[in-house]
Ligand binder design. Sequence first.
Ligand code: PLP
Length: 381
Amino acid sequence: MMNVEKIRKDFPIFEKKKFIYFDNACMPLRPKVVIDKINEYYTEYPACAGRSYHDFGTRLTDEVANARDLVKKFIGAKKAKEIIFTKNATESINLVANSFKFNSVLTSDREHNSNLLPWQKFDHDVVKSKKDFSFDLESFSDKVKNFDIVSMVHTSNLEGYSLPVKEIIKIAHEQGAKVLLDGAQSVPHKEINVRKLDVDFLAFSGHKMLGPNGVGVLYGKEELLDGMKPFILGGETVSDSTYDSYKLEELPHKFEAGLQNYPGILGLGSAAKYLMKIGRNNIEKHENMLKSKIDIEGVEKIGHVGESGIFNFNIPGKGAHEVAMMLSASKNIMIRSGAHCMHSWFNSRNLEGSARASFYLYNTLEEIDTFVEELEKIKKL
Ligand SMILES: Cc1ncc(COP(=O)(O)O)c(C=O)c1O
């Protein structure tokens, strides 16, 4: 069991303001350990890593290596060099789309724009969900033999539904396709082990797992990353160059062009360590429990109905933004409204959008009660 009251003390913002934060799928709050780590970089060794052989430079090089190691452990990768630091999950997916050699790609019909638009210039098809919005494994099995790579969301940012990724990966591999998982919404909330899953690539963001903004990760199996050419070139990506040629660096550096977001990388390492200490199994259980306590009639639930940490809904007769603004104005309850960067999903169903409350480790049952009370009031207006 998690001690939520104790966890809340790790987040300085709770001492400063009174609010209910249910916009965690967009961006969660940050714990002191992450803020302190960013501060430590700027106040103690604000230099460049991997190139300067002085006090600050060598300290930072060690700190970046340590952060990479923490992230490796966090997702169960085999080697630290399989962890590539990027700007965010979007850049990680674009990296694969632009550097991996393939002709055709299969996605699901519930992809975030970040895992849809980068693939549209290729031979691309979509696996449609079943009537209950769950993943259609049969349709996937029929289609996958025609594709080189499968790129699918692990846990949806719509309503937190998780695709059966173990089966997807097994079937894809049997048919000779590689698999990229968009882990932006899964990695922060559930245990994930890339080796057990045997996934080829995994993309996720620092800012959704309590880390700083502007840092993300691409995990890739060493042999695949080794065979790929970077799509951004420059400082750090090469070990040598002449006026008309260059020699690429080894992994992971060939994919990390230019000076990096060092405070971001270090903060991400601290966030991974913090989450490992609490245990994502505990976090997942807590979020499921919170969502299961939402008991309200006359609200239209969006997407697949089942265990998850996201409640996506519409109140008949009220716009999603209207609901979000009313919750904000009454009890400072922060939720997200709109198409959640899944325009394709909403357009294909002639829906304008929805309201989304997403939970994390510091949310409480009292907050859920207040949320439900406020929704009851809004419903009656
Ligand atoms: C499922 C999913 N994939 C990708 C992204 C994009 O992440 P980022 O903004 O870090 O690139 C998001 C962000 O909301 C997401 O929810």
